[in-house]
Design a protein around this ligand. Structure first.
Ligand SMILES: CC(C)(COP(=O)(O)OP(=O)(O)OC[C@H]1O[C@@H](n2cnc3c(N)ncnc32)[C@H](O)[C@@H]1OP(=O)(O)O)[C@@H](O)C(=O)NCCC(=O)NCCS
Length: 182
């Protein structure tokens, strides 16, 4: 399939390419970046290579996956953002990570709105969830800014995570409200 690309005011969401692995490895190797992820704190380059390949394949096998996010101004890889299928629970999760140097500028929220729109409008999903470590304040704040509702703390990937959800109907209402305010 042709993987779709999107542009926001400051970002381009595009398919991952194999050569992104080196830049991604640099991004995820920054101190504290994977603090709330399971696994070793400093991942190997091979792990980033596998992640990139997996995301490219998921678009074909599942029909959606993460996008590589780059800064429109420079073309620099910023991180990942987008939807991921969770086969164990048959759910779709919105996920994100962004270069430490870019934290706190609203970029993740800007990119994640595209993933939600894509899931609800293009793929006609009924519900999208988000998962965050209970102590991951920045991630939880992004999820709340997206209009997602806290559901419960429950086990995913062998660990307790805060689960948030957003229905297509709720998403439609919040988009309508945002455009009325604009
Ligand atoms: C989570 C992450 C993607 C957020 O990216 P970002 O581009 O900085 O997000 P945004 O700028 O869109 O929004 C961040 C919000 O969190 C707030 N925030 C930052 N640190 C916080 C903290 N410790 N506690 C609570 N809120 C916090 C910011 O103030 C901002 O809210 P505001 O717009 O109301 O001021 C980024 O921190 C990251 O990549 N972390 C490591 C990877 C990760 O944990 N990914 C999520 C896995 S579930």
């Amino acid at each position: 399939m042709t993987i779709p690309s999107f542009e926001t005011e400051r970002l381009r969401l595009r398919p991952f390419r194999d050569e992104d692995a080196v830049a991604l490895h640099r991004i995820v190797s920054a101190e504290g970046m994977l603090k709330y992820f399971p696994g070793p704190p400093i991942p190997s380059l091979e792990k980033s290579e596998r992640l990139v390949r997996h995301q490219i394949e998921q678009w074909t096998t599942v029909g959606y996956a993460w996008w590589a996010v780059e800064l429109k101004a420079t073309g620099q890889l910023a991180g990942w953002n987008g939807l991921q299928y969770l086969p164990d629970t048959n759910e779709t999760e919105i996920g994100f990570l962004i270069d430490r140097m870019l934290w706190g500028r609203g970029l993740t929220t800007e990119a994640a709105r595209i993933g939600l729109q894509y899931g609800f409008r293009e793929l006609a999903m009924g519900e999208i969830i988000a998962l965050a470590h209970p102590d991951n304040g920045a991630s939880r704040r992004v999820i709340e800014k997206l209009g997602m509702r806290f559901d419960r703390v429950t086990e995913y990937f062998g660990t307790q995570l805060a689960r948030y959800k957003l229905s297509a109907a709720m998403h439609g209402r919040s988009v309508a409200e945002t455009s009325r305010r604009a």
